[in-house]
Design a binder for this molecule. Sequence first.
Ligand SMILES: CC(C)(COP(=O)(O)OP(=O)(O)OC[C@H]1O[C@@H](n2cnc3c(N)ncnc32)[C@H](O)[C@@H]1OP(=O)(O)O)[C@@H](O)C(=O)NCCC(=O)NCCS
Length: 182
Amino acid sequence: MTPVTADGRARGSRDAVVIRRVRPADAAAISCILNAVIENGSFSLLDTPFSEPEEREYIERFSARGVFNVAENRTEGVVAFQSLEPYASVKTHAFDHMLTMGTYVADRHRREGIGTRMAAVAFAEARQGGHEKIITEIRADNQTSLRFHQGLGFVVVGVAHGAVRVGDRCVDLVIVEKSLQP
Ligand SMILES: CC(C)(COP(=O)(O)OP(=O)(O)OC[C@H]1O[C@@H](n2cnc3c(N)ncnc32)[C@H](O)[C@@H]1OP(=O)(O)O)[C@@H](O)C(=O)NCCC(=O)NCCS
């Protein structure tokens, strides 16, 4: 018998997912996935929703040195996205070898291995692009993300205490890194 998820989908549905480079036309689907996470309020460092035009502009301006991929299936279209963005937002070459990473999977498709599959593709592309390291910041109360990243080989290299203000409380920020070198 085919194993099914709690809502009745076949677990094997992850086989139908294709990973490809993002396109500006993906803006609506991406903002939908991202805004659901932002509105949930407990996962992301982002707290302000993105409109479709804002997301489209972000995609169009995304650095050619980074990696920005989506996962899609035939019936629903885009169900996840992952960006590996150049680390520095200031004018310097000091961080040219480094990226920072964000992964967002539509809640109905979490724990199907999509994030892991996307990371395998993105890491290979990042290595080809000459990148050596990924550093990412995670809210300490996002244990799912922490476990996900640790499963990908990230290690915790620091904690910034109380660095994230969430409403009227402060949450620690966990810094994780992964070497892309063999
Ligand atoms: C974090 C996230 C991207 C993971 O993506 P995913 O496709 O669901 O992850 P995978 O199915 O590839 O899971 C890989 C591993 O991560 C860990 N993991 C994933 N979800 C988990 C959960 N709910 N609880 C505990 N561990 C979990 C497990 O170790 C899992 O391996 P396993 O299923 O063999 O045990 C996804 O949960 C998500 O989009 N969350 C909301 C947005 C977010 O927090 N993004 C990260 C911002 S830093």
